[in-house]
Write a protein that binds this ligand. Structure first.
Ligand SMILES: *[C@@H]1O[C@H](CO)[C@@H](O)[C@H](O)[C@H]1NC(C)=O
Ligand SMILES: *[C@@H]1O[C@H](CO)[C@@H](O)[C@H](O)[C@H]1NC(C)=O
Ligand SMILES: *[C@@H]1O[C@H](CO)[C@@H](O)[C@H](O)[C@H]1NC(C)=O
Length: 426
């Protein structure tokens, strides 16, 4: 990249989730003067995966690469500019199996990195640490990571977008910000077509479009979108106070997880980290799994019955007192899955000027405070060889059916294609 003029070049970032916004902010901080973020809706985009009340923040990884990155992120959540959005409640991982292989791997890596955690063999031992889990009747074994918790996703994204705006990022939303396709010619990318008005021209486009990505460029060999169930329950102030000091809990047998109620609003959120659901839609003659483009996918509040029941079952095991309270809202959260859970942050191999930053695979949000720095390092070709290798976009465009994420963290039922009837309800 030439030193002169390179910071003046217009850069169009498509997607205002954690990948797009953290990158836009970092680009501005590095002196880029013409950064525009496009999205269908204002951040926090209501049907994106960087929204709503909470995300787990933890560095429990079986892979040292992500553990290191996540430790840096947790450190930043605790003491950096986003600390008001972080709650260090502790994180409990439980499994039905004694000496669960995955948990043992997590613990051995924590141990080798000198990180504190605490084993528990019985529910009684767990309740001694967290008296607010006193109503649990289920048998629990697992471990506690005290240096983990959750982040207010919508709050942190709102603050991130505001910071971008202060530093000069332009935002375009609504039909002008709704990208319909990429514009390319023999020289590479030339801009994007949008749902209303003339195209936005730029020879530098960063696609941070998460679960929508396969609509714009065929990356089906590298990423595939899966929908995961989420439910919200309104607690009374008394019910919330009764469990306010609980940790984040994940059941590594079922994939079910639950957060403490949100302070002040007393909303309880539960979800499942599993293989999720596929849809089947036609885009430019290709069949892909993806959320819709022109509607708010979170509006319908629809969940497949089996997923709804799994969330209820999970709640009955961890918080039996409130397990049958009605949902105030449900939604499918769209993951952008990759085969090993690696992000995809790379130049497109054949379309010059097109840079891809996607592939959160259900674990990206926690990296919000540090992600933009590393994406921009990749964009500027400054990242470590290890990171480039990890996050490279594999070549090729053949697919052999929907790709499944096998990063080891997913539990619960196998991935399932939603029936036509179910898809009609989305
Ligand atoms: C940013 O780039 C756009 C597209 O090339 C151009 O129209 C606009 O004048 C540029 N803005 C600045 C501040 O340079
Ligand atoms: C975890 O999920 C499994 C499978 O649904 C269930 O049998 C077990 O009781 C759950 N454990 C806890 C502690 O909730
Ligand atoms: C990708 O697809 C195009 C057309 O569909 C084909 O011509 C090309 O050979 C494919 N490339 C690879 C690497 O599979």
């Amino acid at each position: 990249m030439s030193a002169t003029g390179s910071h003046e070049k217009p850069i169009v970032v498509v997607g205002a989730g954690v990948f797009g916004l953290s990158t836009a902010l970092e680009l501005c901080q590095r002196g880029y003067k013409n950064v525009t973020v496009l999205d269908r809706m204002l951040p926090p985009v209501p049907d994106g995966s960087s929204v709503d009340i909470s995300r787990i923040v933890r560095y429990d990884y079986t892979d040292p690469f992500y553990m290191k990155l996540a430790r840096e992120a947790v450190q930043s959540w605790r003491s950096g500019p986003f600390h008001p959005y972080y709650y260090n409640t502790g994180f409990v991982l439980t499994s039905e199996e004694k000496n669960d292989v995955y948990l043992e791997k997590l613990k051995s890596l924590l141990r080798s990195q000198g990180q504190a955690f605490k084993d528990f063999q019985t529910t009684e031992e767990l309740i001694r640490e967290f008296p607010h889990l006193k109503d649990v009747k289920q048998e629990f074994t697992g471990y506690i990571n005290p240096n983990a918790g959750w982040a207010d996703a919508a709050g942190a994204i709102t603050a991130l977008a505001a910071r971008c705006s202060e530093l000069g990022v332009s935002f375009i939303t609504g039909p002008r910000g709704t990208v319909t396709s990429l514009r390319t010619d023999d020289s590479g990318v030339t801009g994007v077509n949008v749902a209303s008005g003339p195209p936005l021209l730029s020879s530098n486009v960063i696609l941070a479009t998460g679960a929508w990505s396969n609509r714009y460029v065929d990356l089906t060999h590298a990423v595939s979108s899966s929908a995961q169930p989420v439910g919200f329950i309104q607690l009374t102030p008394e019910e919330a106070a009764d469990i306010s000091q609980m940790p984040v809990v994940i059941n590594m047998t079922s994939g079910f997880f639950v957060f403490p109620p949100t302070p002040h609003t007393n909303v309880l959120k539960v979800a499942r980290h599993s293989h999720g659901f596929d849809t089947s839609i036609e885009v430019n003659g290709r069949t892909i799994s993806a959320p819709k483009r022109d509607v708010n996918n979170a509006a319908s509040s629809y969940l497949p019955d089996d997923a709804d029941e799994a969330l209820r079952e999970g709640l009955r095991q961890v918080l039996p007192k409130v397990a049958d309270k009605p949902w105030v809202r449900r939604r499918l959260c769209w993951y952008t899955d990759t085969p090993q859970g690696n992000f995809v942050v790379d130049n497109h191999p054949s379309i010059k000027g097109l840079f891809i930053a996607i592939g959160g695979a259900g674990h990206g949000f926690k990296f919000l405070p540090v992600l933009g720095k590393y994406i921009t390092d990749c964009f500027e070709n400054k990242a470590s060889a290890e990171m480039r290798e990890r996050w490279k976009l594999e070549k090729g465009n053949q697919t052999t059916g929907p790709m499944v994420c096998n990063d080891g963290s997913r539990r619960g039922p196998a991935r399932r294609l939603l029936t036509a009837q179910e898809q009609a309800k989305l």
